[in-house]
Design a protein around this ligand. Sequence first.
Ligand code: KG4
Ligand code: ZN
Length: 338
Amino acid sequence: MRILAVESSCDETAVAIVEDGRRVLTDCIASQVDLHRIYGGVVPEIASRKHIEAIYSLADQALEKTGLTRQDLDAVAVTYAPGLIGAVLVGVNFAKAAALALHKPLIPVHHIRGHIAANYLAFPELKPPFLCLVVSGGHTMIVDVKDYTQMEILGTTLDDAAGECFDKVARVLNMPYPGGAALDKASQNGDDTKYPLPRSKSGGNPYDMSFSGLKTAALNLIHHAEQIGESIDVESLCASFSAAVSDTLVPRVIQALKETGYNRLAVAGGVAANSRIRRDLTEAAKSLGAELYLPPLSLCGDNAAMIGAQGYYEFLAGNIADMNLNAYATKSILGEQL
Ligand code: KG4
Ligand code: ZN
């Protein structure tokens, strides 16, 4: 089954063709990052307009690159939530038009379910159930992936997402948007013990997390140094910050692995590219004897192939939309309106 998959929830316009949920025939991405960089973050109105400009030619490109015709496509899958509403709407409207014109099923895909499904593309042998750490720009959670479309959230951030904090701290350090990757790079030669930063402890659910205290502590440290004319060891601050984020995530995930009895852990989302988190998870999984699935960096960030992968399993589960499909800025991974 060949699915034309569409993703436009933030600042990447992407169209892919994926076969049987596992094989990427093509994954075409037009990134808007350079445009938003001058503003230090995504400007929603600009994002929507750029999606409209890019989406049609990306779809043509996807067909050209694979040598397929429109008739070779069996369904259209699209990110319908969550994201910048104007941006998601562009993809949803395009996908609706394509499905209508081709007389093919329209499959709505939750963006975070897509991130999890990136693992199916990277690891053909991976099948649910498994545990997944989701760390993106807007979401941070530990998910029990019981089946391809049946999930339970074991823990979540109570405030900021990990990616948001990386971006905020990087911005204050004058790194280009989106700052996570730049901060990661800068941390490579830093001393991760130089700046003591807090690790959150949550009183309630042991798998819940908090990052706002850590973010504020890092920002205060930078501003205070500026005020008293002290210079910051940027590399060490980045290393200390990355260590604090990782120390918030990894022990909870390991605890969840122990308690659920799963021995397979997958990681998903843009922050899954972080070298410190990857290293700590690798060590922790090894000492536990658990199988770790770390997607390649190209599949961590936003792309349409992951939407095609999840779309296949949504289709098999009967999750098909009609022309009333709407876009949603927020929606839980379980499909509930937030
Ligand atoms: O999953 P994603 O591409 O988009 C969302 O769905 O949000 O995640 C983007 C986030 C941004 O916050 C970006 O700074 C962060 O992932 N990111 C990283 C790294 N690469 C991307 N954060 C830390 N270290 C990285 N190497
Ligand atoms: Zn994403």
